[in-house]
Design a protein around this ligand. Structure first.
Ligand code: NAP
Length: 254
């Protein structure tokens, strides 16, 4: 699969363990032109060497809760590329204390913060960046099965992932008339920075190894392979879907 004619922006690179890094490496191997967004200045020392390794055209800071920072991203893309062909949303956040409560004790502030960063931000990005979307534009985001089944402790993040999957459908329906596709990837658990705050995370990893059809955990490279397909013209009739990369665990009752 060749992505030589594709210019793609990836948001959510924190470090080498990030799912965004697996996607970026895969995009690079297929010849895509790449732009990177990271959350905060404090990430720069980890992001810079990675961005240089894959020869990104640019790497800039953007907090997705701040419209002016998304507008800055718009201006950078416009100046560097004019238009672009794909957007990867690999971002989530919920305050750490929200993972360690009974669900009915979640706070309103935590609810809105989690939903804002992890779900609404996909809509914000489309609102600001849409004028720069090329024909056959493809958008992908990252979700998890905790949207559909209760995973004790996943709490507000499960609610946010349910919202993100619903947003995927509604955006796909709305933007389809403009030739824009929107899909979500539901990855099995992977040990990243975002994942370590989830209670009993290592038992999820063991569970996949023991009970999934493929008896293994998934990697950021596995996610990268699917991401490249969904960003390519090979998936040009696929939109509004949640695609599982989870060693098959979502079909098993246990
Ligand atoms: P990660 O490396 O920690 O990536 C999450 C990214 O979101 C980080 O770069 C983080 O920046 C960024 N972020 C947080 N708040 C932000 C904001 N306001 N604006 C912009 N960026 C912000 O963890 P990951 O596991 O790769 O997560 C990527 C996506 O995959 C998330 O949507 C996650 O829910 C999803 N996912 C993960 C798994 C898993 O098991 N790891 C499974 C399925 C789906 P900072 O690090 O600076 O906070």
């Amino acid at each position: 699969m060749d992505l030589k004619n594709k210019k793609i922006v990836v948001l959510g690179l924190a470090n080498k363990r990030s799912i965004a890094w697996g996607i970026l490496q895969n995009l690079k191997a297929r010849g895509a032109t790449i732009g990177i967004c990271y959350f905060h200045q404090s990430n720069l020392k980890r992001v810079k060497p990675l961005a240089e390794e894959i020869e990104a055209d640019f790497y800039i800071e953007a907090d997705v809760t701040k419209t002016e920072e998304i507008e800055n991203l718009h201006n950078v893309i416009k100046e560097k590329w004019g238009t672009f062909d794909g957007l990867v949303h690999s971002i989530a956040f919920s305050p750490s204390e929200e993972f360690n409560k009974r669900f009915h004790e979640c706070s309103k502030k935590g609810f809105f913060e989690t939903l804002d960063i992890s779900a609404f931000s996909l809509v914000s990005l489309c609102q600001v960046l849409k004028p720069l979307f090329s024909n056959n534009f493809s958008i992908i985001s990252m979700t998890y099965y905790g949207s559909k089944k209760v995973l004790p402790g996943y709490n507000l993040m499960g609610v946010a992932k349910a919202a993100l999957e619903s947003i995927t459908m509604y955006l796909a329906h709305d933007l389809g008339r403009d030739g824009i596709r929107v899909n979500a990837i539901s990855a099995g658990p992977i040990k990243t920075l975002a994942a370590v705050g989830i209670p009993n995370f290592s038992t999820f990893l063991d569970n996949i190894k023991d009970h999934s059809p493929l008896k293994k955990n998934v990697t950021i490279q596995d996610v990268g392979n699917l991401a490249s397909f969904l960003l390519s013209d090979n998936s040009s009739s696929i939109t509004g879907q949640v695609h599982y990369v989870d060693a098959g665990i979502s079909i098993v009752t246990k």
